[in-house]
Design a protein around this ligand. Structure first.
Ligand SMILES: [Fe+2]
Length: 243
């Protein structure tokens, strides 16, 4: 399996606070059957002059450590870009300067607030698609506006956005509302990818297998497998997204 949304690098965001904790998360992922992980630290404006120094250096340090420790996990670079007012107002979207998944200039992991959906969302999706970028919208099942009106998601998907649901939402760890919304999305073919959005070894671990079991029972093994291997592979390799 490939996990495309994780906060696995140490001392960068609200993810692990030590290298040991980061390694522990990778051990858990390996045990769960994950082989490749995209590290997606929170990056406010989607552009970060320190990215190379900060994120890429830490990523290669961690990959070396993983080899030394005999942990069969490979980390790749990414970012979770928060759609803030600055990003909406500035010309960043048009300039294609946003940090992309595995640096492939194809996919952007674009996070919203958990409370609401910006009215400009459709415009943003359109602008990104025009510049050749496909937005991946993470964990909208946890967004209260979507929980009240999940039909909004149909339009996002029609416009070419990819929807990523968080494994722990499917497993019910975040409560009834996200679980209910995630199941509704699954039943309505509105889930392209399942990722862990892991932040720690204990409370938010990089585990996909629990969600895979639930989705396999609901929609079949093949559908579940696509959401954790085939579709994530397209993101990692920057190839066109084919359902
Ligand atoms: Fe995240």
């Amino acid at each position: 399996m490939i996990d495309i949304h994780t906060h696995v690098l140490p001392m960068i965001d609200d993810g692990p606070t030590t290298v040991q904790e980061s390694l522990e998360m990778c051990r858990i992922a390996e045990k769960d059957g994950i082989q490749q992980i995209i590290a997606t630290p929170h990056i406010q404006d989607g552009i970060n002059d320190e990215y190379e120094n900060n994120v890429l250096k830490k990523l290669s340090m961690m990959n070396q450590l993983l080899q030394q420790e005999g942990i069969d996990i490979e980390l790749f670079p990414g970012a979770e870009v928060y759609l803030n007012d600055h990003l909406l107002k500035e010309e960043i979207l048009k300039q294609s300067k946003l940090l992309t998944m595995n640096g492939g200039k194809k996919y952007v992991l674009l996070e919203f607030s958990f409370q609401w959906i910006p009215p400009e969302t459709e415009k943003v999706i359109f602008q990104l698609k025009t510049t050749g970028l496909t937005p991946i919208l993470p964990h909208l099942e946890r967004n209260s506006a979507i929980q009240s009106d999940p039909g909004m998601l149909l339009r996002f998907v029609e416009m070419g956005a990819i929807l990523q649901v968080t494994a722990q939402s499917i497993a019910g760890d975040f409560g009834t509302a996200p679980e209910k919304c995630a199941l509704w999305m699954l039943k309505n073919n509105l889930v392209h990818i399942i990722a862990s959005d892991a932040h720690s070894p204990v409370k938010r671990p990089p585990v996909l297998s629990r969600a895979v079991r639930i989705v396999s029972d609901l929609l079949g093994k093949e559908v579940a497998r696509k959401m954790v291997s085939e579709h994530p592979k397209m993101i990692l390799e920057g190839t066109p997204f084919i359902m």
